[in-house]
Design a protein around this ligand. Structure first.
Ligand SMILES: Cc1ncc(COP(=O)(O)O)c(C=O)c1O
Length: 445
């Protein structure tokens, strides 16, 4: 019998996962197209590596083990797997076609909907991935300002301009690297010192796991405006999640351009660049930003229904409620068990992060033990609670019961100092996408 979402006696049988992994070894560098889904992020030897299907907030691996998923495809699954209204819209569209030789009406319809729900979305363009629209936004800013330099804060995708700020920057030309620098979130001086007369744009995630200090985002906006620099919000995570209109709506701060993907189409690949017409209209004839699949209709059909469903059911409010229960519940358990110095849960409720700190032990080993024990109990977890509409109160209650069961195991391992020897596999590696401390390449004086 495969493991289910219950307090299982055994760790799951992952024979079929391991067979696929063996086949991929030597064939597929890094094993995964998305780092956060790859084997480095899960305890090798215990965690499944391949998922077969999903329904609601639950998923089944290739060995038939069932889990409640707290990753949701690393963001895109906003309503749930197998969500009927979206799937039916995709099937209806499939009967009519996928990609055409002229523009499809859905391109207009979805743009109108985006304009309705996203502040300042006077004009709208699509692409397929987050990295494409952040890169397009940077190009718009450079074209509008006639300047070359970029300041960023957060993660923005795999393209040269951004990856040049990271330690893993092989293959990025020095000339590109010289144009992009980072700054520290919630530190206006860090931004002030980095801005100069050649700064085309500031591109940032308006919030990752730390809330903006009072007035911070507004001050960033003002500093940019004073400097003739465009402000771009990368709303890949906050968009359609923190509020329907994303961080611009939630924090009441207007960006010049904003980029979206992930939650907008419940798993289908589409990204959106939106913003003030003054800047966006450069895409009419001056800036080149075109790609074969940009107007692919299945994803547009999915986006249309996903946005309508998110609005109809006020999903951001529901996610906030469920997420608050998890965050408060986790932090209360940790407090009761005297573990507050070691672990806590933070973020905006729809997307929270469990952090680990220890004066002598490696936090990744502690995280690995937690993950191993959650997986045994049917919870697929890599340190985050990425919520979707289908996460039920029963799912949340179950998660908190599991934490109540697992935290004492962690506590005992910490007291005995034997965290590593309790692991039945290899510990997880650091997340590539940083969760804070984004100032990886400050501008040198
Ligand atoms: C904030 C943010 N920006 C940009 C991206 C890049 O998106 P993609 O992986 O679709 O290119 C991501 C991906 O996780 C992201 O989280």
């Amino acid at each position: 019998m495969p493991n289910g979402v219950q307090f299982n006696d055994q760790y799951p049988d992952i024979t079929e996962s391991d067979k696929l992994y063996a086949r991929a070894t030597g064939l597929m560098p890094a094993f995964s197209q998305t780092m956060a889904k790859g084997p480095t992020q899960y305890v090798n030897g215990v965690a499944p590596k391949y998922l077969q299907r999903g329904d609601g907030a639950h998923v089944w691996d290739v060995d038939g083990n069932e889990y409640i998923d707290f990753n949701m495809g690393v963001g895109p699954i906003s309503l749930g797997y197998n969500y009927r209204p979206v799937d039916e819209a995709i099937l209806r569209q499939l009967a009519d076609g996928i990609t055409y030789s002229l523009v499809h009406p859905l391109e207009v319809e979805v743009a109108e909907l985006v304009r309705e729900v996203i502040p300042n979305a006077e004009m709208v363009r699509y692409s397929k991935t987050g990295a494409e629209v952040t890169s397009a936004a940077v190009r718009v800013a450079r074209a509008y300002t006639g300047r070359d330099k970029v300041l960023c804060c957060g993660y923005h995708g795999w393209h040269d301009w951004y990856v040049g700020t990271l330690p893993r920057d092989r293959g990025v030309p020095q000339a590109v690297k010289d144009l992009v620098h980072t700054f520290t979130y919630n530190d206006l001086d860090s931004l002030r010192n980095a801005l100069d007369e050649d700064t085309a744009c500031v591109i940032m995630e308006p919030m990752v796991f730390d809330f903006p200090a009072e007035g911070y985002l507004q001050s960033v906006k003002e500093l940019c405006a004073q400097n003739g620099t465009l402000l771009i919000f990368d709303e890949m995570w906050t968009g359609f999640r923190i509020a329907l209109g994303g961080a611009q709506e939630y924090f009441g701060v207007d960006a010049d351009l904003a980029c979206f993907s992930k939650a907008i189409a419940n798993g289908m690949p589409i990204s959106v660049l939106s913003g003030r017409a003054e800047y966006m209209q450069l895409l009419d004839s001056e800036i080149f930003f075109f790609s074969t699949f940009g107007g692919e209709a299945l994803s547009l059909a999915a986006a249309k229904v996903t946005i309508e469903e998110l609005r109809k059911h006020d999903v951001p409010t529901q996610l906030a409620g469920q997420g608050r229960t998890i965050m408060d519940g986790y932090n209360a358990l940790v407090e009761q068990m005297g573990l507050s110095m070691v672990t806590s849960c933070k973020g905006y409720p729809a997307r929270t992060l469990v952090t680990f700190n220890h004066p002598t032990l490696d936090p990744l080993h502690i995280k690995s033990l937690m993950q191993q024990e959650l997986i045994k109990r049917g919870v697929l977890w890599s340190g985050f609670h990425n919520l979707c509409y289908a996460h039920s109160s029963a799912d949340i209650e179950y998660l908190l019961d599991v934490y109540e069961d697992v935290l004492p195991i962690l506590k005992a391992a910490l007291s005995a100092g034997d965290v590593l020897s309790r692991l039945h596999g290899e510990p997880v590696q650091p997340v590539f996408r940083k969760t804070g401390d984004f100032n990886t390449k400050p501008k040198e004086k």
